[in-house]
Design a protein around this ligand. Structure first.
Ligand SMILES: NC(=O)c1ccc[n+]([C@@H]2O[C@H](COP(=O)([O-])OP(=O)(O)OC[C@H]3O[C@@H](n4cnc5c(N)ncnc54)[C@H](OP(=O)(O)O)[C@@H]3O)[C@@H](O)[C@H]2O)c1
Length: 269
């Protein structure tokens, strides 16, 4: 780690993935500032404050909402790196897709505009998703998806996948449009993230394993999940922040694929 111990902003610090990022950053001696929607929400704030008590620098928490452009300059102020993980990830689709798209896209632009205004940020790492790569494609296909692929947002695509695609596209367009005041962008595109929940609460990722363990499903549908361990996803964010070659690139972060039923064969040989 750099001797200067740069300040890292993690947006949506109370999230399933973000808590692992925050923990790994604190373990590595970085100074970390995290955003939460409300500092008075004890159920989100208290577990974060206990996340890594032996940290060299105590975790700083600030309040910020994706839909409030005014709050982001103060959150970004003094930060060398911004890891933008916050985005709505509900278990069920809302009736209006804009409930996801607006905070995802406007929130990303609010964060990036603050980075541009504050002029202290060297690199932003955006948490996108494989939803912004293979979202909306036919489930049975021989196509091998890579970082070169993008979904057709005009086609048959769910609101979450659309929100992630439009937010990532907005981020790349924003960076492309910067002139002298440039900072770097690297994007992380995880598959279905699983693993230990550090700060309690219920994450959408854990809905399915929870239902399976509670025998809450009347049958096992023929479903295959490309999975990745949340600890690897956190490490990937820190690599995307520190490794020079990460800049300007998307990175699929994937571990292994799993069928709901263990009797099936992995289609990826
Ligand atoms: N989990 C996966 O399988 C997976 C896979 C690929 C990509 N991702 C992406 O990874 C990121 C984190 O996901 P996660 O699984 O960790 O989900 P999560 O636990 O639901 O975390 C989402 C975070 O975003 C925050 N957030 C949502 N709306 C907000 C708003 N309007 N203003 C401020 N903060 C807001 C949430 O705050 P509250 O806690 O206050 O709601 C929470 O901290 C998301 O960008 C998601 O799209 C997840």
């Amino acid at each position: 780690m750099a001797a200067a111990e740069p300040l890292v902003l993690v947006t949506g610090a109370s999230g399933f993935i973000a808590t692992h990022i925050v923990r790994q950053l604190l373990e590595q001696g970085f100074k970390v500032r995290g955003t939460v929607r409300s500092l008075s929400n004890e159920s989100k704030v208290a577990p974060l404050q206990k996340l890594y008590p032996q940290a060299k620098h105590p975790l700083e928490l600030v309040q910020a909402d994706l839909l409030d452009p005014a709050c982001w300059s103060a959150a970004v102020d003094g930060c060398t790196y911004v890891l933008h993980t916050a985005s709505p990830f509900p278990a069920e689709n809302p009736a209006d897709e804009n409930e996801l798209i607006k905070p995802a896209v406007d929130g990303t632009l609010n964060v990036l505009n603050a980075c541009k205004a504050m002029q202290c940020v060297k690199r932003v790492v955006l948490t996108s998703s494989v939803a912004a790569i293979s979202g909306g494609f036919e489930t049975e296909t021989d196509h091998v998806f890579t970082e070169a692929d993008w979904p057709d947002v005009g086609g048959s695509i769910g609101p979450y996948m659309k929100s992630k695609t439009l937010a990532e596209k907005a981020a790349w367009d924003f960076i492309e449009g910067l002139s002298g005041d440039r900072f770097e962008l690297a994007v992380v595109n995880p598959s279905y993230v699983v693993g230990p929940v550090l700060c309690g609460g219920m994450s959408t990722s854990m809905e399915l394993p929870k239902r399976l363990m509670l025998r809450d499903m009347p049958m096992l549908p023929k479903m295959y999940f490309p999975c990745v361990d949340v600890r690897d996803v956190a490490t990937a964010h820190i690599k995307a922040m520190t490794v020079a070659e990460a800049v300007g690139n998307r990175h699929i972060i994937h571990g292994e694929g799993l069928w709901l039923s263990t009797n099936r064969k992995d289609p990826v040989q």
